[in-house]
Design a protein around this ligand. Sequence first.
Ligand SMILES: Cc1cc2nc3c(=O)[nH]c(=O)nc-3n(C[C@H](O)[C@H](O)[C@H](O)COP(=O)(O)OP(=O)(O)OC[C@H]3O[C@@H](n4cnc5c(N)ncnc54)[C@H](O)[C@@H]3O)c2cc1C
Length: 84
Amino acid sequence: MSEGRRIAILGGGYTGMVAAHDLCRKHDVTLYERSHSLGGLADDFTLHGTPLERAYHHLFRSDKDIIQLAEQLGIGGNCDGCLL
Ligand SMILES: Cc1cc2nc3c(=O)[nH]c(=O)nc-3n(C[C@H](O)[C@H](O)[C@H](O)COP(=O)(O)OP(=O)(O)OC[C@H]3O[C@@H](n4cnc5c(N)ncnc54)[C@H](O)[C@@H]3O)c2cc1C
């Protein structure tokens, strides 16, 4: 177990997941999500075998923090089609 505080985060949308990602470096973090999957408004669902976004999303090239986070997570290449 990591040193530091025990922290509970309610909600596994983007905000909760980023908070968990940052805090778990120094603390013992538990993330609680009430739905069956993570992502919140940025989640997707499958309709007739096709994955669809719950809400349309794009990123501006000036959204440096999230682009950097995606690169850290090894999914930066997935952002190319979303950048405006
Ligand atoms: C149509 C649309 C288009 C958008 N386009 C963009 C865009 O292009 N670019 C952009 O940056 N943003 C966009 N947004 C906004 C973006 O989707 C949200 O700002 C972001 O997803 C919010 O994340 P969040 O984690 O704060 O909240 P949410 O995504 O709402 O996540 C909250 C999570 O908490 C969970 N939860 C709630 N109560 C509890 C509980 N008591 N216990 C456990 N879990 C709980 C919910 O199930 C949910 O998963 C768009 C939003 C919409 C609706």
